[in-house]
Design a binder for this molecule. Structure first.
Ligand code: COA
Length: 147
């Protein structure tokens, strides 16, 4: 059974560990912790048997949200965790009055691109050489909804 919860102080160390495991340019534990002090930020974690197995983070300005991070423990993938996280994020943001969610994804990241496509995101642009380690274009994806 997987529960989606708002990220709290007790989750931060494990989220930072997953961030290290899943990205070549990870956010530091301190940066992740500071998100909880930021009124613009909204982060969720997926918890299975007391363990954080995934997380998603966002920031919202003037009714427009950006997804900062999304990752799932490699041992917990393909079980719908990311889908549950993003759906819960969109619902929470909608309730807070946000109208859309924008994100960047590496062009080569086909698992993530398939996920976003399944959830109704559309490609709205490209950032040339946006990513480092390795250098690569980022696609800009967006999902809009009625409040
Ligand atoms: C991308 C990621 C978050 C997906 O997490 P997940 O929990 O395994 O995804 P889900 O089980 O919710 O998958 C939902 C849908 O996404 C797509 N998908 C997910 N992983 C996929 C894969 N490896 N290959 C193809 N499609 C995939 C499928 O459409 C899937 O639906 P289905 O299982 O019914 O076919 C995970 O692979 C991950 O953490 N990757 C590393 C970090 C990352 O790339 N984050 C995104 C940065 S933009």
């Amino acid at each position: 059974m997987i529960d989606i919860e708002t990220m709290g102080a007790a989750h931060v160390a494990r989220v930072a560990q997953l961030e290290q495991q899943c990205f070549s340019n990870p956010w530091s534990e301190r940066s992740i912790a500071s998100e909880m002090e930021n009124d613009l930020s909204y982060w969720l974690v997926a918890v299975e048997d007391g363990n954080v197995v995934g997380y998603v983070g966002s920031q919202t300005v003037m009714g427009e949200s950006d997804m900062m991070n999304l990752a799932v423990d490699p041992a917990a993938r393909r079980k719908g965790v990311a889908q549950a996280l993003v759906n819960a994020l969109v619902e929470g943001l909608r309730q807070q009055g946000s109208r859309c969610l924008t994100l960047e994804v590496r062009q080569s990241n086909l698992p993530a691109r398939r996920l976003y496509e399944k959830l109704g995101f559309v490609t709205v642009g490209r950032r040339h050489n946006y990513y480092f380690h390795p250098r690569e274009d980022g696609l800009i994806l967006r999902k809009e909804w009625r409040i």
